[in-house]
Design a protein around this ligand. Structure first.
Ligand code: GDP
Ligand code: IMO
Ligand code: MG
Length: 433
C-alpha cells in the first residue's frame, strides 16, 4: 500500500485536476491540504466539464472519499455552492463521501474585502490575486485571530470572534483603504445558517486518514497552485499565501512524512502564469498567442488570460528538489502540435554568466535571459495516442529530453483534457523504479 502526492511544478494550472481524477481510481481517499478557492481544477469526464475549487478532484468517483484538510482555507459559501453545483449534475455529495476538517480556517467577507482593497491600492504593483481573500485569511491564521470550521458549532465563540475581528478589520478598511465598513449581523447570520448545512461534514481529517491507512487504504494528496507560487520558495511576493509543495501535505492534512511515498510533479509541456510576477521564458509574440489560443489558456477560477511561454526546465528542476518529485506527469503535450521548432529552457544567463541556480532577487531574476535547447516539432495529431509508440519520433524526443534534463522518470503523459486522453507509463502508486 502506498500514498501519492500530486503537485504542480510551475505556476499552477498544470493539469493537476485531470491527473488527480485519473489517479483516484487507484486511491481510496483524496485529500486537499492547502490553498482555497483560488484553485480551479478542471475535470472532463463523459463529455462534461467540472471545475473543483475546494472539493478534491476525486469527487466524480462515487465510491471514493474526499477530504478537505486543515491546511485549506475554506469559504463556506463557495463550498456550499460547489456541493450544490455537483448535485445538480447528478453527482452525489454527502457527509459519507466528503469531509471537512474541523481545524480548517474560514474565509470571511472581510478577508475578501481586504484582498480587493489592497490590490486596488497597489495599482500597477498589484500581485494579481484571485481576490478570494486567501492571503488575508492565512494572515489571520498565523496571527491567531482566525475563525476555524469548529467555531461554526459554537455560536458564542463565533459571535465573539467575528465581533473582535470586525473591530480591527473595519478600522483597517475604513481608515487605511477608505473602503466601506462591514456589519456584524449579516455576517453572523449568514455563517450561522451555513453552519447548519456544513455541520455534518466536519470531522477530524487527520484521524480519518490514519484509520484508513491502518485499514490498508491508499491516499492521494492533491496539491493546489504550483511550486513557484509557494510562499517560501516561489517568486515572492508574486506568490500565494500557502505552501503548495508536497511536504505541506503533512501539516495540511495532519500526517507524518513517513506517509508520503511517491510525489508526482505535474509539468505542463510549456509554461503559463496568471497574475503578475517574473516569467523568464514568457513569449510576447505570435508563438505565445498560438499556445494561449490552442491551449485555451484562461484561468479556471477568474477567467483571466494566462501568460504563456516555453517550457522552463531550469525552474522545474528547482521544483523537483523542493518537492522530492519521484515521477513527472507531462500535460497538454497536444497543444504543442503544429509548432515547427520547440524550445526548452535549460539554464539562465545573467550579465553574460551562466547561473548555477535561479536568483532569489526578483531584480536579478527579471534580468535573466533563458538559455534554450531547440528541438524539432511535430505536425501529427497526438490526441488519440494511447501508447508511447503511437507518438511521432519528434514528440518522443521532446519527452526523452525532459527525462534526461530533469533526471526524473515520466509516469503519465496527457494528450488532451479528457480522462482517457492519457498515456500511462507507470502507475505512481506502484512504480517499478
Ligand atoms: P489545474 O489547476 O492544475 O488542475 O489545471 P486547470 O484545470 O486550471 O487547467 C488545465 C486546463 O487544461 C484545463 O482546462 C484542463 O481541462 C486542460 N487539460 C488538462 N490536461 C490537458 C491536456 O493534456 N491537453 C489539453 N489540450 N488540455 C488539457
Ligand atoms: P490552481 O490550483 C494559477 C495565483 C494568482 C496570483 C497569485 C496570488 O488552479 O493551479 P492568491 O489569490 O492565491 O492570493 O493569488 O497566485 N494563483 C494561481 N494561479 N493557478 C492557481 O491555482 C492559482 N492560485 C493562485 O493568480 O498570481
Ligand atoms: Mg487551475
Amino acid at each position: 500500500m502506498s500514498n501519492v502526492v500530486v503537485i504542480g511544478t510551475q505556476w499552477g494550472d498544470e493539469g493537476k485536476g485531470k491527473v488527480v481524477d485519473l489517479l483516484t481510481s487507484s486511491a481510496d481517499l483524496v485529500v486537499r491540504f492547502q490553498g482555497g478557492n483560488n484553485a480551479g481544477h478542471t475535470l472532463v469526464v463523459n463529455g462534461e466539464q467540472t471545475i473543483c475549487h475546494l472539493i478534491p478532484s476525486g469527487i466524480l468517483h462515487a465510491e471514493k472519499k474526499c477530504l478537505i484538510g486543515n491546511g485549506v482555507v475554506v469559504d463556506p459559501q463557495v463550498l456550499i455552492e460547489e456541493i450544490d453545483g455537483l448535485r445538480e449534475k447528478g453527482i452525489s455529495v454527502n457527509h459519507e463521501n466528503l469531509s471537512l476538517s474541523e481545524k480548517a480556517h474560514l474565509i470571511m467577507p472581510y478577508h475578501r474585502a481586504i484582498d480587493d482593497a489592497r490590490e486596488a491600492a497597489k495599482g500597477k504593483d498589484k500581485i494579481g490575486t484571485t481576490g478570494r481573500g486567501i492571503g488575508p485569511c492565512y494572515e489571520d491564521k498565523a496571527g491567531r485571530s482566525g475563525i476555524r470550521a469548529i467555531d461554526l458549532l459554537e455560536p458564542d465563540t463565533l459571535e465573539k470572534k467575528i465581533r473582535s475581528n470586525l473591530e480591527e478589520k473595519n478600522f483597517y478598511l475604513t481608515r487605511f483603504f477608505k473602503a466601506d465598513a462591514l456589519e456584524f449581523q449579516p455576517i453572523y447570520d449568514a455563517y450561522q445558517s451555513m453552519a447548519e448545512i456544513l455541520k455534518p461534514y466536519l470531522t477530524d481529517v487527520s484521524l480519518e486518514i490514519d484509520v484508513a491507512i491502518d485499514a490498508g487504504k491508499q491516499i492521494l494528496f492533491e496539491g493546489a497552485q504550483g511550486t513557484h507560487l509557494d510562499i517560501d520558495h516561489g517568486t515572492y511576493p508574486f506568490v500565494t499565501s500557502s505552501n503548495p509543495i508536497a511536504g505541506a501535505a503533512c501539516p495540511g492534512a495532519g500526517v507524518g512524512p513517513d506517509k508520503l511515498h511517491h510525489v508526482v510533479g505535474i509539468v505542463k509541456a510549456y509554461t503559463t502564469r496568471v497574475g503578475a510576477g517574473p516569467f523568464t521564458t514568457e513569449l510576447l509574440d505570435d508563438t505565445g498567442d498560438y499556445i494561449q489560443k490552442k491551449g485555451a489558456e484562461f484561468g479556471a477560477t477568474t477567467g483571466r488570460r494566462r501568460r504563456c511561454g516555453w517550457l522552463d526546465l531550469f525552474m522545474v528542476r528547482d521544483s523537483i528538489r523542493f518537492n522530492g518529485v519521484t515521477s513527472l506527469s507531462i500535460t497538454k503535450l497536444d497543444v504543442l502540435t503544429g509548432l515547427e521548432t520547440l524550445k526548452i529552457c535549460v539554464g539562465y544567463d545573467l550579465d553574460g554568466k551562466r547561473l548555477d541556480s535561479r536568483p532569489v532577487s526578483l531584480k536579478d531574476l527579471g534580468r535573466c535571459v533563458p538559455l534554450y535547447e531547440e528541438l524539432p516539432g511535430w505536425r501529427e495529431d497526438i490526441s488519440t495516442a494511447k501508447e508511447i509508440d503511437q507518438l511521432p519520433q519528434e514528440t518522443r524526443n521532446y519527452l526523452t529530453r525532459i527525462e534526461e534534463i530533469t533526471g526524473v522518470p515520466l509516469s503519465i503523459i496527457s494528450v488532451g483534457p479528457i480522462r482517457d486522453q492519457t498515456i500511462i507509463l507507470q502507475d505512481p502508486f506502484t512504480p517499478s523504479v
